[in-house]
Write a protein that binds this ligand. Structure first.
Ligand SMILES: NC(=O)c1ccc[n+]([C@@H]2O[C@H](COP(=O)([O-])OP(=O)(O)OC[C@H]3O[C@@H](n4cnc5c(N)ncnc54)[C@H](OP(=O)(O)O)[C@@H]3O)[C@@H](O)[C@H]2O)c1
Length: 228
């Protein structure tokens, strides 16, 4: 049966390139977006018939639960989950307010954790699942947590979530990994970034397609392991 992939923040940037890449590989793709009208427009650039826009606003636990159950009822079980949506709410540490950190943690940590918890039982039951968390070198202790406060802190927490959740699927055919796309020309990355969204999407697509003996609980850039 055709495997089904859900990509959050699939309406633009790296997410849209992942949608395009996985649909070209023959997967059924659910393009998660909080602005479904905008997402339908983005879809007109993608040739495949088997891509479907699903409302996936990650703002709150309740909205995620509601949208997820609606998506599964309409399109079936999720075999591949790509936690791609991201925000960069920059501010200096001393001038920071808790709101921006809460929003960053919601999108980068709590939403991926909730979606992982929602998809994992079915993946374990079917003994197949791939979860890819779009992280960043800015979330790496080894690379110095060199990004803005809210962004680096929440991506470091996403890295920790990747490691801890991956422990729960050891010795199964469910694989949970994180990756950094590099510096990519998107609304977040800006116009000076050297990489295209397709280049940024490559490692995420690769991780979505790894075989049963592939990695679990690891961090990648350019299909190569990097340090946390
Ligand atoms: N670009 C880079 O250089 C770079 C580098 C390292 C890591 N990354 C990571 O790669 C991922 C994709 O980044 P990108 O460059 O493609 O960013 P982007 O072009 O800014 O796209 C971000 C996506 O996330 C969605 N999103 C944000 N908040 C959301 C929410 N509450 N609910 C649902 N969707 C939400 C956006 O939806 P709307 O269109 O509705 O706003 C958009 O689809 C992110 O996790 C980012 O941190 C990017």
């Amino acid at each position: 049966m055709t495997k089904c992939a859900l990509i959050t923040g699939g309406n633009r940037g790296i997410g849209l390139a992942i949608v395009d890449g996985l649909s070209k590989l023959g997967y059924k793709v659910l393009l998660g977006a909080r602005d479904t009208e905008h997402a339908e427009q983005a879809l007109t650039h993608i040739p495949s018939q088997d891509v479907h826009v699903v409302d996936m606003d990650l703002a709150s636990e309740q909205s995620i639960a509601d949208h997820f159950s609606r998506a599964v009822a309409t399109y079936g079980d999720i075999d591949i989950l790509i936690n791609n949506a991201g925000i960069n709410l920059d501010e200096p540490f001393l001038g920071s307010n808790m709101q921006k950190m809460q929003e960053s943690m919601q999108v980068h940590v709590l939403a991926p954790m909730q979606l992982t918890k929602l998809t994992l039982p079915g993946m374990l039951e079917r003994n197949f699942g791939r979860i890819v968390n779009l992280s960043s070198g800015y979330g790496s202790f080894y690379e110095g947590l060199a990004g803005p406060l809210n962004y680096s802190t929440s991506k470091a927490a996403l890295n920790a979530l990747t490691v801890t959740s991956a422990k729960t699927v050891e010795n199964t055919n469910v694989k949970i990994n994180a990756m950094c796309p590099g510096w990519v020309h998107t609304r977040m990355g800006g116009k000076d970034a050297p990489r295209t969204p397709e280049q940024g999407a490559d490692t995420a697509i690769w991780l979505a397609c790894i075989p049963e003996d592939g990695p679990n609980g690891m961090f990648f850039r350019d299909r190569t392991p990097i340090k946390w």
